[in-house]
Design a protein around this ligand. Structure first.
Ligand SMILES: *[C@@H]1O[C@H](CO)[C@@H](O)[C@H](O)[C@H]1NC(C)=O
Ligand SMILES: *[C@@H]1O[C@H](CO)[C@@H](O)[C@H](O)[C@H]1NC(C)=O
Length: 408
């Protein structure tokens, strides 16, 4: 196993190419239908007030639902307030008026997937952005879905958090050669306990694994804003380019289907997936055994991100692990220190959800990305007795590969 650990860091970021809502349920479909903004979802402005670190004050009249079902946010040059305001982008007066909307206190989620379709404002001195901030708090941690400054043919995304020294740190990326104001484009953000993934027009852009930092992320609320200046302060303001409009077409919010403690009962044998002898050691075998109520037969199922789940043994807090990153039929299952590697991440594929205990297959992510076929947690067909170690096997459409997820 020591040799294997060296490889882990190379393998962590193996991307699955396209956007996935597998394992998630849609909790919001917002098409911004007329006549007016739905105030059971939205507030006007920022969660903390009407302005942020740019030159526009925001008012409700600048964020309007149009007849054809867009939320149009318009930045206009007009002197509204002169504060001599200091921001992180320098001293500025609020000599523009624009709009922002947020879901603080109305629709905030701990993890899941946000997918927004919009057209950014054309004017290069504007600063369109969509981001998530903690409910009723400040701006850290922050998950930026997209922001456009200066050039309209790329956008930026990122994660702001507090590091071990208590300092605010940002991890940002630039998605080059992505048009933002020539028409409607889709921007996606998916996050779980381990990973954050960004998408553009339904295609994967980037994934970062930040298990420790994501512990700071609680309930997050959406902000959509059209700033002026701010990060676009490098572009001179051309008054003739205003008013300038950002149009939001559609917003979908998805949440993980599973989060909590479960027992996994094999459909054919009726036995539970458990850790051998309630041991706490790395490498202990994962077996099937009769239900005895032990915590070593209970699994903490948590959304890792990107359609993937981790399964943590309740008694040991070790992760369900495919031995030595194996991808072949017969690869043994054991518990190991959780490191968010793809050999410890699982796709939960629903086979039957007609009763309250859903029946699923548990597919190993590393086999999905590194062999031609995803391998699933299986009871060996040649020995189905209590105490037999579970292993990975390709799909045989057998009940030995199906598990009843019993919520605790
Ligand atoms: C506003 O949003 C709520 C919550 O999603 C929804 O139940 C309601 O139908 C919406 N109202 C309108 C007028 O669309
Ligand atoms: C909404 O914004 C779009 C530009 O994205 C513009 O073409 C359209 O005219 C605007 N609609 C209204 C009613 O202002």
């Amino acid at each position: 196993m020591m040799m294997i650990i060296c490889f882990i860091f190379l393998l962590l970021a193996t991307p699955i190419a396209s956007q996935t809502t597998n394992g998630q349920t849609r909790v919001l479909y917002e098409a911004f239908d007329p006549p007016s903004l739905n105030t059971s979802i939205w507030n006007y402005g920022y969660p903390w007030g009407s302005y942020y670190n740019h030159r526009a004050n925001t008012t409700p009249r600048q964020a309007k639902i149009t007849q054809d079902g867009f939320l149009n946010i318009t930045a206009t040059r007009e002197r509204s307030i002169s504060l001599g305001l200091q921001t992180e982008f320098g001293p500025i007066d609020l000599d523009f008026t624009s709009g922002a909307v947020n879901t603080n206190g109305k629709l905030c989620i701990k993890n899941g997937f946000v997918d927004i379709s919009l057209r950014a404002a054309e004017t290069p001195s504007t600063w369109p952005s969509v981001f998530l901030v903690p409910e009723d708090q400040g701006t850290v941690p922050m998950l930026t879905i997209m922001e456009v400054f200066d050039s309209r043919s790329r956008y930026s995304y990122g994660f702001k958090y507090t590091n071990d020294q208590g300092e605010v740190q940002e991890e940002n990326g630039i998605a080059d050669e992505r048009q933002t104001s020539d028409g409607i484009h889709r921007y996606g953000l998916d996050w779980g306990y381990d990973q954050i993934t960004w998408y553009y027009d339904n295609k994967w852009v980037s994934t970062i694994t930040k298990s420790n930092e994501l512990r700071q992320v609680g309930n997050m609320c959406l902000v959509i804003a059209l700033g002026v200046g701010g990060k676009s302060k490098g572009t001179a303001v051309d008054p003739k380019a205003y008013p300038s409009i950002m149009s939001i077409d559609l917003l979908e919010v998805w949440q993980p289907k599973y989060d909590g403690f479960y027992k996994f009962q094999n459909v054919q044998t009726g036995l539970l997936m458990e850790i051998d002898s309630a041991l706490h050691d790395w490498g202990t075998r994962v077996l099937q055994w009769e239900d005895n109520g032990g915590d070593w037969q209970k699994w903490h199922v948590q959304y890792a991100g990107h359609g993937q789940y981790r399964l943590i043994a309740a008694h040991s807090r070790l992760g369900l692990d495919a031995d030595a990153w194996g991808v072949s039929d017969g690869t043994k299952l054991l518990q190991w220190s959780y490191h968010s590697g793809n050999n410890q991440l699982w796709k939960i594929q629903i086979v039957d959800d007609s009763s309250s205990d859903v029946v699923v297959q548990l597919i190993n992510i590393f086999t999905l990305t590194n062999s031609d076929v995803g391998k699933m947690i299986s009871v060996p067909a040649d020995d189905t007795s209590p105490g037999v170690q579970l292993h990975l096997w390709h799909d045989l459409n057998s009940d030995l590969q199906k598990w009843r997820m019993i919520r605790l």
